[in-house]
Write a protein that binds this ligand. Structure first.
Ligand SMILES: Cc1cc2nc3c(=O)[nH]c(=O)nc-3n(C[C@H](O)[C@H](O)[C@H](O)COP(=O)(O)O)c2cc1C
Length: 180
């Protein structure tokens, strides 16, 4: 099973991309509208708690087990203020127990980004985000691959990824091949 994580605060562009890539038996989780608390910084997880984290929320009840059970983890995030969403950053902070249990153990983690600007507009931001993921992949022990960037156009003009990214279908097929 592969796990698809929609890091957006809504189910629109990133959700559409992930839905178009995923296979029937893959799991797709949207982080929006879930009970996901912030890391307390308490370091309890360093003691390798059975339930990973002292916080009792959607991370402890669902996401930790799903990550462990998945072969590949495919994350999509909109660019928000030149970075990933706060929602996704919070979930990545909450990966700390998985690191403390050595649960990534060379797993494959993939990233897809979407923003209203063109790739060229966002090249610096995209490279900064890739650098962030590459950095944490080294010490958390996962293999990181950046898959692609999708342009969703100006929100005033409907902000529809399938309409604005003229290479949409080609990119989806390319990603499906990589994940196969
Ligand atoms: C708060 C906020 C900040 C954003 N910041 C950027 C940005 O810095 N650069 C950009 O290209 N798009 C930015 N966008 C646009 C979104 O990244 C873009 O519409 C994306 O396709 C939305 O994906 P979603 O439909 O999955 O949420 C921003 C949107 C919001 C709501």
């Amino acid at each position: 099973m592969n796990l698809f994580i929609n890091g957006s605060n809504r189910e629109k562009n990133c959700y559409t991309i992930l839905k178009d890539i995923k296979k029937k038996n893959d799991e797709l989780i949207s982080l929006s509208n879930k009970n996901i608390k912030y890391c307390l910084g308490c370091n309890s997880c360093i003691k390798k708690l059975d339930n990973f984290c002292i916080l009792d929320d959607f991370m402890s009840q669902n996401i930790y087990q799903k990550i462990i059970a998945s072969d590949k983890i495919i994350i999509a995030s909109p660019i928000y203020m030149s970075s990933i969403t706060g929602l996704l950053k919070n979930v990545i902070d909450r990966f700390y127990p998985l690191y403390n249990h050595n649960n990534f153990n060379n797993k494959n983690v993939y990233l897809i980004l979407s923003g209203q600007g063109t790739y060229e507009d966002n090249e610096e931001e995209i490279n900064d985000i890739i650098k962030y993921f590459s950095g944490i992949s080294e010490w958390m022990d996962f293999k990181f691959t950046f898959l692609d960037y999708f342009c969703s156009g100006n929100p005033k003009d409907d902000n529809n990824i399938k309409k604005f990214d003229i290479n949409y279908d080609d990119k989806i097929n390319k990603i499906k091949n990589i994940l196969n």
